[in-house]
Design a protein around this ligand. Structure first.
Ligand SMILES: [Mn+2]
Length: 338
């Protein structure tokens, strides 16, 4: 059996045993996790399945161009037969469920995660369908649906398109390959308008004046290290509280940081009142070190986009020095390898 037919029969077995399914996004919802949830909802509803969409945190404003985002609830339903976790295989990203002591309900029932991250899975209570060659979890779902000849109504195709465009930065990331374009060609055949998807996405990327002014402040706070291969910025809790319901502060500056001459890696830190520190890492084309840096701190992700979270050390200064050391070492190794 080929890989995809094995994964497809695993998926088929799972959905045959579960009538009502809660689809779970981790605590860092993004375009792919939301689009994948909505695509699964479309496909599985056609099969008569009852679907509940769940995410422990609020869906951020910039994702609300996808119709159906408001069906995502933040309370785990009382009754369901099984769960599908999308776009992560990391237990640490299900913190809200853990904190509310709701994870036990997922543990009691059949659970499946569908993901495309390369990082080793830490979800210990579910079976996994992981395809690291897929650019998005939506593409994994598309492959399963095609293999099983499941119904793919137009909205499902649109959500799959959103997931691919979102995780591939508009079909420009290194993970984009010929199957990605075959997928896009197929959904266009099925009626999807790429222009319509792109326009919907952009309609919400307009910013308010206060956000643009805040972006200006953040830009002046970027720190450069290592001549200047590494750029870092820190976003304290007071600003997260003030701005993140409107725009994710790190996303305001991380691309600008990457676009500074000489910069190869950009890291945005966020600090929380409970001492937690998170880092979002982006590296430029040719510098596949993001996941390596994240893994050093117990996180993970992709070669060019990764992240980590630290709860046992709130000394940001020392974390930044460690980041600098690890990043410089990994970048030097790339130089020697080249
Ligand atoms: Mn993804």
């Amino acid at each position: 059996m080929s890989d995809i037919s094995k994964l497809a029969s695993q998926f088929q077995d799972f959905i045959s045993d579960t009538k009502s399914i809660v689809i779970v996004q981790a605590d860092n919802p993004d375009g792919d996790s939301l689009a994948s949830s909505l695509a699964l909802e479309e496909i599985l509803s056609e099969l008569g399945q009852e679907i509940i969409l769940y995410c422990g945190v609020e869906i951020p404003g910039y994702l609300r161009y996808m119709p159906g985002w408001d069906r995502v609830v933040s309370e785990l339903p009382q009754k369901f037969d099984g769960s599908i976790i999308v776009d992560t295989s990391a237990l640490s990203l299900l913190e809200t469920l853990t904190k509310k002591d709701d994870l036990k309900w997922l543990r009691l029932k059949p659970a499946l995660y569908i993901d495309h991250h390369q990082t080793e899975a830490t979800i210990d209570f579910a079976s996994g369908i992981v395809d690291a060659a897929a650019v998005s979890t939506g593409q994994v779902i598309y492959n399963l649906a095609r293999e099983l000849e499941l119904p793919m109504p137009l909205p499902a195709c649109e959500f799959i398109g959103y997931s691919v465009l979102s995780d591939s930065l508009g079909l420009t990331s290194e993970a984009v390959d010929s199957p990605t374009f075959q997928l896009m060609a197929d959904i266009v055949e099925r009626g999807v308008s790429v222009a319509k998807l792109d326009n919907a996405r952009r309609s919400l990327s307009k910013k308010s004046r206060r956000i643009v002014e805040y972006k200006g402040k953040l830009l002046t706070r970027i720190e450069f290290f290592d001549d200047p291969r590494l750029a870092m910025v820190t976003i304290p809790w007071t600003e997260i509280e003030q701005y993140s319901h409107e725009y994710n502060p790190s996303m305001l500056v991380i691309d600008e940081m990457r676009m500074v001459e000489g910069v190869q890696v950009a890291i945005a830190f966020k600090t929380y009142p409970d001492g937690k520190i998170t880092a979002k890492i982006r590296s430029n084309y040719g510098y596949k070190v993001a996941a390596g840096i994240a893994e050093h701190f117990g996180g993970g992700g992709h070669p060019y986009a990764a992240g980590f979270k630290i709860t046992n050390n709130n000394d940001l200064g020392s974390i930044k020095i460690d980041c600098l050391t690890v990043a410089s070492k990994l970048l030097d190794e790339l130089d020697t390898a080249a």
